[in-house]
Write a protein that binds this ligand. Structure first.
Ligand code: GRF
Length: 201
């Protein structure tokens, strides 16, 4: 019997290592999904070449090309036009606007490089997160996959992976350790969503 694969689309701004981990999982059969589309706001982002290599359609949508107020609908039009069922944020540095959230309610996921609800919110991205964790003296950090709603990093938590913070860890070392954990957690979580083992509603 043919398995119905979850149709996924990505939004990304930079490197795309998490997207690559999910694409690798699809290629080796451990993620039951079909990746169709990448949209980037950054026409120079390495994530675009990674997507092209994997045979995805790629699109550049930014405020250089569209008024800010139309970005969410443009993204939703492309995703809907390609029958995308789940939007995966893979290092997407723009806020997701209300139009996109309304048209993909509970169907947008993100990965955050800390254990939410700690170390989330506006301004908490990239190295800012890891610096804050190291400075706080926390002994455990990690990664969180969560639903995206209108507020930064506050949607329902779907899955988490823990990483030990050792006394000698700098924020750079912690970032590298968390990224390795992300590359395992994100594909596993997408597969569970695809199989209905994690509910989005
Ligand atoms: C990851 O650390 C992720 O947690 C955050 O953005 C980074 C993206 O890295 N949301 P990459 O583009 O997947 O390599």
């Amino acid at each position: 019997m043919a398995i119905n694969k979850l149709k996924i689309g990505f939004l990304g701004s930079h490197n795309g290592s998490n997207m690559q981990a999910i694409l690798d999982g699809i290629a080796n059969g451990s993620v039951q999904a079909e990746a169709k589309v990448l949209i980037s706001n950054n026409s120079q982002a390495p994530i675009i070449d990674k997507a092209k290599t994997a045979g995805l359609k790629t699109f550049h949508i930014s405020t250089k090309l569209f008024p800010e107020s139309e970005i969410g609908n443009e993204i939703a039009n492309i995703m809907k036009g390609n029958e995308i069922e789940l939007i995966i944020l893979a290092g997407y540095m723009k806020k997701i606007d209300d139009n996109l959230i309304a048209r993909f309610r509970n169907r947008i996921v993100n990965i955050h490089p800390a254990l939410l609800p700690k170390f989330g919110g506006e301004g908490m991205f990239g190295m800012n997160v890891h610096k804050a964790v190291v400075e706080s003296g926390e002994k455990i950090s990690g990664a969180t996959v969560h639903l995206v709603n209108g507020e930064y990093d506050s949607g329902k938590i779907l899955a988490q992976a823990e990483v030990q913070v050792l006394p000698q860890d700098t924020s750079e070392i912690l970032a590298a350790k968390v990224l390795i954990a992300e590359h395992k957690l994100y594909p596993e979580t997408i597969d569970k969503i695809a199989k209905g083992e994690i509910s989005l509603d």
